[in-house]
Design a protein around this ligand. Structure first.
Ligand code: NAD
Length: 282
């Protein structure tokens, strides 16, 4: 079984991106800038933002984190996003989710100008992705896509089963795999007989949030399994796939942690650089 090493792949992507930033600096006398807005004190969000900032600095981006207390009002956030939209030193804007309940997520996502939407959540980017046009692509599915391509460069005709239909993971993942000519099935909480769907899959992307949902007898022998899940349990962080059982059967599998997670952050850096490049004229 191939253990898909997301840490290694992410490190190698960051190195490539670092070289690219050096070249961009030579060419444009400027580097891409990433601004992250963090509201409140949620521990996981603090960790994610710290890791994003660390990676952005490592690659040579001009990165900033703007922090607000949990009770900041929506107007202040929308005004800040509007200012950042107009700021030429900012190539990418990310508002860390989840937001406090009194702030409307849809309004915040739609306030970010699509050309700086490094998360790829703006409806314009979602539409462009599903139409097959150039767009920012949500970082986690993009990371899954790179890991998959590493194992199987030609995905054409493969049957892919995606577990989970969120805007963050399942839906954009489906678009990426369709573009690669996979036959895609999106499953969700109302799907009947998930096991039999999975048993037909050459590729499974599990993005559910249920610890060890995918069992050893749910998978084909030569399947490639990408485990997006991050679940806190008594035995530590585990994925949506029963690693012990599934790793004995399949061709390739991502571990949790150390699989999709590191790629997500590297893809955020890539998206920021791509946003910067799209705004340069020469
Ligand atoms: P979500 O809660 O928005 O969506 C979960 C999806 O799973 C829903 O579409 C739901 O219909 C489906 N689902 C629920 N129960 C099901 C069942 N029994 N069978 C089939 N489908 C079922 O979650 P999300 O934001 O997409 O995140 C999913 C998981 O991925 C979580 O564990 C989250 O922590 C993790 N995650 C990881 C990364 C990363 O970088 N590795 C990034 C984002 C999310």
């Amino acid at each position: 079984m191939i253990l898909i090493d997301g840490k290694k792949e992410a490190a190698s992507l960051r190195l490539k991106l670092k070289d690219e930033v050096i070249e961009l600096k030579k060419k444009f006398n400027n580097v891409p800038g990433l601004t992250v807005i963090l509201i409140g004190e949620l521990a996981p969000s603090q960790i994610y933002v710290r890791n994003k900032e660390k990676s952005a600095n490592e690659v040579g981006l001009n990165s900033h984190v703007i922090r607000y207390p949990n009770d900041v009002d929506e107007k202040t956030i929308l005004k800040k996003i509007n200012d950042l939209n107009k700021d030429n030193s900012v190539s990418g804007i990310l508002v860390q989710l989840p937001l406090p309940k009194h702030i409307n997520k849809k309004k915040v996502i739609e306030a970010i100008i699509p050309s700086k939407d490094v998360d790829g959540f703006h409806p314009i980017n979602v539409g462009n992705l599903s139409s097959g046009y150039e767009s920012s692509i949500p970082c986690t599915p993009l990371g899954c896509y790179f890991l998959l391509k590493k194992i199987e460069p030609n995905l054409s005709g493969k049957k892919a089963v995606i577990i989970g239909r969120s805007n963050l993971n399942g839906k954009p993942m489906a678009q990426l795999l369709l573009k690669e000519n996979c036959t895609v099935t999106i499953t969700h909480s109302k799907t009947k007989n998930l096991k039999s769907e999975c048993l037909m899959a050459d590729i499974i992307i599990a993005a559910v949030g249920i610890p060890k949902l995918v069992k050893g007898d749910w998978v084909k022998k030569d399947a490639i399994i990408i485990d997006v899940g991050i679940n806190k349990t008594d035995e530590g962080i585990v994925g949506d796939v029963d690693f012990e059982q599934v790793s004995k059967k399949v061709k390739a599998l991502t571990p949790v942690p150390g699989g999709v997670g590191p790629m997500t952050i590297a893809c955020l850096i890539k998206n920021t650089i791509d946003c910067f490049k799209r705004t340069q004229t020469n």
